[in-house]
Design a protein around this ligand. Sequence first.
Ligand SMILES: [Zn+2]
Length: 614
Amino acid sequence: MAAIDFEKLGFRCGVEIHQRLATSKKLFCDCVAEPAPQGEAPSALTRRRLRAVAGELGKIDPAAAFEGARGREFVYQSFEGRSCEVERDEEPPHELSPEALETALVVSKMVGASAVDELHVMRKTVVDGSAVSGFQRTVLVAVDGALETSRGKVGVQTVCLEEESSGIVEGGTEGVVVYRLDRQGIPLVELATDASIRDGMHAREVAEKIGLMLRNTGRVQRGIGTIRQDLNISIRGGARVEVKGAQELAALPELVENEVRRQAALVEVRGELEKRGAKPSPAATIRNVSGVFAKTGCILLKKALEAKKTILALKLAGFAGLMEKELMPDHRLGTEFSHYARARAGAGGIIHSGENTAKYGVSPQERGAVETALGCGADDAWAMVADSKERAERAVAAVFERANGCFAGVPKETRRAEGEKTVFMRPLPGAARMYPETDVPPVPVTAEMMKAARVPEGIGEKRAKYLSMGLGDVLAEKMLASPEAGLFERLSGHAEPAFVAVTLLETMKNLRRAGIPVEKVGEKQLAETLDLYSRGAVARNAVPEIISEAAKSGLPVAKIVEEKGLGRFGPKKLRELVDEARARGVKEKAVLFEEIMRRNRVNVDAGELKQIIG
Ligand SMILES: [Zn+2]
């Protein structure tokens, strides 16, 4: 596909980064702020049905109305210690987590944003059932920050604290959506940039920079799903489209490009419709064309009729030749309509006049009969849905509405990132989504809080520091990217930093791979082990043994060394070993060294032994 001239198109784009914080508790309750391990069974289930409720202004939000119309049931799984009455909306929220607030203030300082004087907790309507209460809590913490990028400053308009939504459980039955509450309420920090991002590569750079900065606080969760990007994208003559849930940074440039292609193509579709003098249809022309296909050779439709399904056809006046217009790679206007039918009605998809319907076994006569039934002229197109009558009706209604939307160009939508493409989710929520949370009083941001929120050193300074501590280039880079960096810094006073780094990055990893539960070894035990090593009480090779034993037995380090005979041999003992081996006739130095090392690997310091052998 041709390169995109972003500037010429009037491209505007901002990103919202959502990052889970590594706090001990959730944002508004005392539950553990980490999802339960995979495979853990839920301790209870809560069921709800969602209704679209009018907001404060008395208007029903379009996104809420859309979801309400889907009539789904929601089931929420609770997990012991990881969800409570607060997540289930049976108890008011507790105090805002001071730990999460401190992190948000650190992040605010890092982007030069000014903290607000007082925090006001707000409720934000959630329309997809992902919260029992129907809302998510959010708190504006700071405004007007900025980020330096290779292409100039990008403003960070807001820094917020938010509750994570509950996680969806795959594989639910039809009409039922299952969510897990362990994820809900984990603190998130959200940074929203202004719309000054220049193109897809720039979007990636901005997201990457913010991600690195957040990791650099040492206060955020790591791993899949702990950070995600939402994008707001528009072009001149279009409308704002929100793309949710981009996780792969590498896919961002293409994702942005494809969305811009889609919007530009929709603007072209509008131009073409105008040129033709086509107008939005006031009422849909829908015909039941099941009879046309009574003896069809099309397997798909034949099976549908055998299953007592109904085939409804919809006239798309003025759309001839447009259904097949490519909006993104492998995504035509017809695909777009099909996604609406799927999202709104749960229909499998549509068949339309822009397709090679002969491929499905639809004969030219059958096509002709559909067109006659609908009264299609040369400028018109059509779409068909085969489904239960009720679902087919909803599906063609969705396609009709989407087709009418083409006269406005780009519809305001929330879309989902799927690899490098965007897929329709629901209409963009209206502005009436936020209202105050009256159960949590405002929290003043004090000078003490601001002082306590200490900004960590930058990556550049940190790298220089690691190199000056004796970590080589490779080890320093590894440590910068490692979640153990904080632990390393705390432990680096207990032994040579390079040895501490190797212990944390390599020894621990090797032990974990060997099935040793090293996560059970606490910081104190590690510090004591390193102390013994640097005092010369144990040899280098004893360190993995001690960690391994500590993980398995949980005993104090000194006791492990004593019980397992892991102490380092002094010079006297080494001389005895050398003399004893020589007495047995081992004369050659290399053989002598190897033999003693082999027998006493964990107790002997290799350098010292070499010196004694001479
Ligand atoms: Zn809770």
